[in-house]
Design a protein around this ligand. Structure first.
Ligand code: S3P
Length: 185
């Protein structure tokens, strides 16, 4: 447990937030982690799209990034009414100081730290991520790394498969669910 008490890392609040850059694996890992814990999985971007009836790309295009950030923050704060949830945050959510403060109050943050070179082999600019096409992708990545690193737990996931990442998170969170979480052969 790395000398951390569950209370100290916020696990007693039963909300885990997965932090990281676009394509780091937050949604894939989040869904598996929720399954292992028997908790609900919430993809914050999908929840926004459902609530707004529009794709993230459309919100960016029609209303601009500041409005998207306002909606994102409101959606995040609404999670205070829920417990036993694993949340995959959008890549920009944890970059905002007020959101980081909310997340620290609500539960445990876990940074899936993935090298940009690995992300670039996984993600293509398919238009669904407005900021992925940004010519300043490397700069955005560099600016966000230290902010993401403020998470309660940081895991270098660059060389890990999703099941291994879940295993590592469960181990570091001190969850006894890890004992019943079987790695696929
Ligand atoms: C964003 C990441 C996206 C989405 C939006 C903005 C960002 O989420 O929230 O396009 O600022 O990095 P993913 O990290 O799930 O791709």
């Amino acid at each position: 447990m790395l000398g951390l008490s569950l209370e100290k890392i916020g696990m007693d609040k039963k909300r885990v937030f997965l932090v990281g850059f676009m394509g780091a694996g937050k949604s894939t890992v989040g869904s598996l982690l929720a399954g292992a814990l028997g908790w609900e999985f919430i993809d914050l971007d999908q929840a926004i799209e459902k609530q707004q009836g529009k794709a993230i790309r459309e919100i960016f295009e029609a209303e601009g990034e500041p409005e998207f950030r306002r909606i994102e923050t409101a959606m995040l704060n609404a999670l205070a009414s829920k417990s036993q949830i694993v949340v995959a945050l959008g890549g920009g959510a944890f970059a905002q100081a007020s959101n980081r403060a909310s997340i620290a109050r609500l539960g445990t943050s876990v940074f899936l730290d993935c090298r940009l070179e690995v992300i670039l082999t996984r993600c293509t600019d398919d238009g669904t991520r407005p900021l992925f096409r940004s010519s300043q992708l490397r700069e955005l990545f560099a600016v966000r790394q230290p902010l993401y690193s403020e998470s309660d737990l940081c895991i270098d996931v660059s060389e890990m498969a999703p099941y291994q990442i879940v295993h590592s998170i469960l181990e570091q969170l001190g969850s006894n669910r890890n004992e019943t979480f079987i790695l696929p052969s």
